[in-house]
Design a protein around this ligand. Structure first.
Ligand SMILES: Nc1ncnc2c1ncn2[C@@H]1O[C@H](COP(=O)(O)OP(=O)(O)OP(=O)(O)O)[C@@H](O)[C@H]1O
Ligand SMILES: [Mg+2]
Length: 213
């Protein structure tokens, strides 16, 4: 009697899809805790949150048109606790759903690990190459903490590669644009130019801190 093996095939196909999705998420580096940072959980509660949400949402909508252009990036900077990370992750989750491969780079953790392993050239090249070449790179909390020449050099290598190859970045950082430029004009001005059409600078004002509302 001929066997009907359609159902097992469908199941194994779904399993493979789920496995593939899991791997894509793992590759992105976004954790389960962060998956609650969506647009729908982002409240518009003041002028700053409205600007962040509108700009991030416009970036998502227009991404397909702008992704290969000079100004293909997003910069959310300024006031601590204003929802920069939340909205950056919301964009990343939106992209992942569309199978756009985003890599999440928690700046401080990654830079510390890279510097600790800098003598291992293979490790260095391999780690850096992921951040240089991925489809979209989300740098969270750029230049957080004490920074020295090594931090600048590593970030320059990553940003300059992406700049030259028109690869988009999503950047969150707690500084003003002027302060970002003062750390390193090479890194700062590249990020600024790439994000020129999608920049939100939140005024330093405790009233804009969602944690303290
Ligand atoms: N408009 C908002 N609606 C809902 N939750 C928000 C909003 N803004 C911030 N939050 C929540 O407040 C917390 C702080 O937000 P987030 O980490 O995004 O701020 P940030 O600007 O990245 O701060 P930091 O400069 O300290 O990194 C998070 O738990 C986030 O989900
Ligand atoms: Mg943050």
């Amino acid at each position: 009697m001929p066997q009907d093996n359609r159902q097992p095939l469908a199941i194994s196909c779904d399993c493979r899809k789920i496995e593939k999705l899991k791997n894509e998420w793992k590759y992105s580096g976004i954790n389960v805790e962060q998956s609650k940072y969506t647009f729908s959980s982002f409240e518009v509660w003041n002028e700053a949150s409205s600007r962040i949400k509108d700009t991030a949402a416009a970036y998502c909508t227009e991404f397909d048109e702008i992704k290969d252009k000079r100004r293909n990036s997003l910069l959310l900077c300024g006031q601590v606790g204003s929802g920069k990370t939340h909205c950056s992750i919301a964009v990343a989750l939106n992209f992942l759903k569309q199978r756009i491969k985003v890599v999440y780079m928690p700046y401080r953790d990654v830079i510390t690990k890279i510097k600790q392993n800098m003598i291992d050239q293979e490790y260095y090249a391999c780690t850096i190459s992921k951040y240089k070449t991925c489809e979209v790179l989300l740098i969270d909390d750029l230049f957080k903490g004490k920074i020295n020449e090594s931090d600048i050099n590593i970030m320059f290598e990553i940003i300059n590669y992406r700049y030259l190859n028109m690869l988009p970045v999503i950047v969150s950082c707690e500084f003003t644009i002027d302060r970002l430029l003062s750390f390193d004009e090479g890194v700062g001005s590249r990020v600024y130019e790439m994000s020129k059409d999608y920049i939100v600078e939140i005024e330093k004002d405790i009233q804009n801190n969602y944690r303290l509302r």
